[in-house]
Design a protein around this ligand. Structure first.
Ligand code: ADP
Length: 227
């Protein structure tokens, strides 16, 4: 088994790499998806968010008003409060999902995709997290794969992916910049990653790097099974 964390700033190309790894045989776990599931009405994280941020983050139909929540968190300077609710819940869900994967296939390579692998650790440390589960990344992840690209390229890709109209593009770009401010710069992350994929060329150049990476991950996974 091998627990791989796949990270990179927004728009770096993580989801694209994850899809390529999936095609090669990796079991991919998307943290964004886990997070969304945890914020469904009735879930513990949902209840806690409404308690902390107030009923204004709820839509009339009882679901979370994600746009309003993002506004309060990112523009209102309350990201830490939101992260303190979401991160522990997502990490526990990741652990459970990885365990399920390894029960089925002890030689699996489980890839957890998260924009914030290093940030979770940093924030937990800043908060003086007592159990050290979150402050010690290497307890939950064996290898970290980082996807890098210059910030302006990341923003252009992010905007290109989500925005259709000009007004949407402006909003998306502002949103991207607000989020990037909270992310650790690539220059620091590369020092702590095990593998770095530089996504500065075209998709085929990225695919070539992923194909070269895969046998390394697979080999490490196999040798973990034999131990
Ligand atoms: P992330 O998951 O890190 O936010 P994505 O993988 O979704 O990033 O990539 C953001 C957008 O950029 C997507 O539309 C993707 O197709 C595109 N993209 C990623 N890598 C490249 C590349 N090397 N060349 C051109 N477009 C790319």
């Amino acid at each position: 088994m091998l627990r791989v964390g796949l990270t990179g700033g927004l728009g770096s190309g993580k989801s694209t790499v994850a899809q390529m790894l999936r095609e090669l045989g990796a079991e991919v776990i998307e943290s964004d998806e886990l997070g969304r599931a945890l914020m469904e009405p009735g879930e513990a994280a949902f209840n806690e968010i409404v308690r902390v941020f107030g009923r204004e983050v709820m839509l009339p139909d009882g679901h979370l008003n994600r746009a309003r929540l993002a506004e309060l968190a990112f523009k209102g300077g309350r990201v830490k409060e939101l992260n303190a609710i979401i991160h522990p819940a997502v990490i526990e869900a990741q652990r459970l999902r990885m365990n399920q994967v390894f029960e089925r296939d002890p030689a699996a390579v489980a890839v957890v995709v998260s924009a914030l692998i290093f940030e979770v650790e940093r924030d937990a440390r800043a908060e003086g997290e007592a159990s050290a589960v979150f402050t010690e990344l290497r307890k939950r992840i064996d290898r970290v794969v980082l996807v890098t690209a210059p910030d302006e390229v990341k923003i252009a890709r992010y905007v290109g992916r989500i925005a259709a109209s000009v007004a949407d593009r402006q909003a998306a770009e502002a949103d991207a910049r607000a989020r990037l401010v909270h992310q650790i710069p690539d220059s620091e992350k590369v020092l702590r990653a095990d593998y770095v994929l530089e996504n500065t060329g075209d998709i085929e150049a990225l695919r070539a790097q992923v194909k070269a990476l895969w046998p390394h991950l697979k080999r490490e996974s196999n040798s973990n099974v034999q131990r």
